[in-house]
Design a protein around this ligand. Structure first.
Ligand SMILES: [Fe+2]
Length: 248
């Protein structure tokens, strides 16, 4: 789900969020990449595998295929139409899952944000993406959380984001000066323990430049959706240094 917003510098940028919306069911893609993934979703739902094992199985599935070759028609369509391509999407009252290609415009930024009860795999299929990923370690206050940095580097084709409630839940990514396409495969509502209480909104924006502890952990401030885009929506990630810890 995309809208538009004006950033602090006056540039109009895309704003991506499903914001709790009920999305239409879509069933456009039926190859093994989907059928085998769906079988793993069902195993996870029956508690036959854990979220970490589910992530491992999806990675094994992806490594058993040539993803860029398998999805080539969809990648080409995303680049030609310059928009996301939804392959499969289903919503039930408690859960939902989506397999789609995300199209990133040149220099498009997905500002820093975290998720609620999401398990997600994203794979770069075209172009280059700068990625920062964090574990959420603790809630420090009503709008501050402690983050542990896991990733701060360029991703190329085949590089993966693997996100659960307890691992690399927060991220920030942007394309370089050319378009990028990523496989974005996420499921919602499959984890028993959640960082915040049930009913918490899904994607929430963060300011990871807010502060830092002496041990290097980042003190991030939660932001309203629009504020996250206004602050970070039009600046390449590499131009925004993370806070440095003071050395005593
Ligand atoms: Fe995300």
């Amino acid at each position: 789900m995309a809208g538009e917003i004006k950033t602090a510098s006056g540039k109009i940028v895309k704003m991506n969020t499903r914001a709790g919306a009920i999305l239409p069911d879509i069933d456009s893609y039926h190859e093994r990449l989907w059928a085998d993934a769906q079988a793993q979703i069902e195993r996870l739902a029956r508690h036959e595998i854990t979220p970490d094992e589910y992530i491992d199985r999806i990675r094994d599935l992806h490594h058993s295929l040539d993803l860029t070759d398998e999805l080539r028609p969809w990648i080409e369509r995303a680049l030609a139409e310059r928009k996301d391509q939804i392959l499969n999407q289903k919503t039930t009252p408690e859960r939902s899952w989506t397999m789609q290609l995300l199209y990133l415009e040149p220099n498009e930024v997905h500002p820093p944000h975290c998720h609620h009860n999401l398990i997600s795999t994203q794979v770069v299929l075209h172009g280059r993406v700068y990625a920062r990923e964090w574990d959420r370690v603790a809630r420090l206050g009503p709008d501050t959380i402690l983050l542990r940095t896991r990733t701060d580097r360029w991703f190329g084709i085949g590089d993966r984001f693997e996100t659960t409630e307890v691992s690399k839940n927060a991220h920030w990514f942007c394309a370089d000066g050319k378009p990028a396409v990523m496989l974005n495969f996420y499921i919602l509502g499959f984890q028993e323990w959640t960082f915040d209480p049930p009913g918490t909104k899904g994607r929430r924006m963060l300011d990871p430049t807010h502060g830092i502890q002496g041990d290097g952990m980042i003190v991030a401030k939660e932001l309203a959706l629009a504020e996250g885009y206004e602050r970070f929506g039009d600046t390449p990630i590499e131009h925004i240094p993370l806070p440095r810890r003071s050395v005593v």
